[in-house]
Design a protein around this ligand. Structure first.
Ligand SMILES: Nc1ncnc2c1ncn2[C@@H]1O[C@H](COP(=O)(O)OP(=O)(O)OP(=O)(O)O)[C@@H](O)[C@H]1O
Ligand SMILES: [Mg+2]
Length: 263
């Protein structure tokens, strides 16, 4: 059986449950996320991926189960509590402001003030340092309006914004879905650098090529259950696809109960 990493996880979820009305969307989900590693969260449409990350981020608190961060059991009942732990989410729709420049987007809602005045120089310096630290070289200027950026550059700004806040865990929901080949490569290499810099990264993706390229660890959700979480190097592309579409692949995944659904 493929072994999971022995290191202590940064985030460990156990038996997570979440219902919307009568519909049970997460049915006892376990997930481990490690610092310095990219954990791909995969699963078919409606499997519960977005619900799981919204719970991690405190947007829709879980109904039950254990949420353990840095070895401590925590209650995350709102997004602020998740931010305070160092958890940042980059949502697919990005929510950047077109009419503001890169610096103001990176500090949106958390602007630095000196008295009543925004501390422009300091914000610009920190924005530039963060982008440089991530080896982002595709932006001409941090004073460029976001409306003038390409899709990949926008994604880069959104990711850089997430790491500006002493983040420990950055969650990316489909960061390459709308991107072309070259821009996808740029964003994936940025994802890799985040992990290499010691952050834990959760990457939601439907693109198996991206997943196999950048993930260290793969967690496959199937109809609200964690079918399997495995080291990426221990599974083939085909096995991951089977986990996604059938919830199991050979010995891996959710096994049928006796007398039920013989393979
Ligand atoms: N706010 C909500 N109210 C009611 N049902 C919801 C809500 N959010 C999600 N669901 C249901 O929960 C299930 C899981 O949805 P979720 O968005 O987590 O799936 P997903 O794995 O992110 O899918 P996709 O790949 O399409 O983004 C779906 O059946 C969805 O209809
Ligand atoms: Mg989703």
């Amino acid at each position: 059986m493929p072994q999971e990493s022995k290191a202590n996880p940064l985030l460990s979820l156990r038996g997570i449950r979440k219902s919307f009305g009568a519909v049970e969307v997460l049915r006892g989900v376990d997930l481990n996320v490690y610092s310095g590693k990219v954990t791909a969260l995969v699963g078919d449409n409606g499997a519960g991926k977005s619900t799981l990350i919204k719970g991690i981020a405190g947007i829709y608190p879980f109904d039950g189960g254990d949420y353990v961060f840095e070895g401590e059991s925590v209650q995350i009942s709102d997004p602020r509590a998740a931010n305070d732990l160092g958890i940042e989410v980059v949502y697919q729709d990005l929510a950047l402001c077109d009419n503001l420049d890169v610096v103001h987007n990176m500090f949106l809602g958390r602007e630095e003030k000196r008295g009543l005045i925004l501390n422009e120089d300091d914000m610009e310096r920190r924005a530039r340092e963060t982008l440089d630290g991530l080896s982002v070289r595709t932006l001409k200027s941090v004073r460029q309006q976001v409306s003038s950026l390409s899709g990949g550059q926008r994604q880069t700004v959104a990711i850089a914004r997430a790491v500006l806040w002493n983040s420990k865990l950055v969650i990316l929901d489909e960061p390459t879905a709308a991107l072309g080949v070259a821009q996808t490569a740029q964003v994936l290499s940025l994802v890799r650098r985040l992990a290499d810099a010691g952050l834990a990264v959760i990457l939601i993706s439907h693109n198996m090529v991206d997943v196999m390229e950048v993930a260290d660890n793969i967690a496959a959700l199937y109809l609200g259950q964690m079918a399997a979480q495995v080291e990426a190097s221990d599974v083939s592309h085909g096995e991951v696809v089977e986990l996604i579409t059938a919830g199991r692949s050979g010995e891996l995944g959710i096994q049928p109960k006796n007398g039920e659904g013989a393979a």
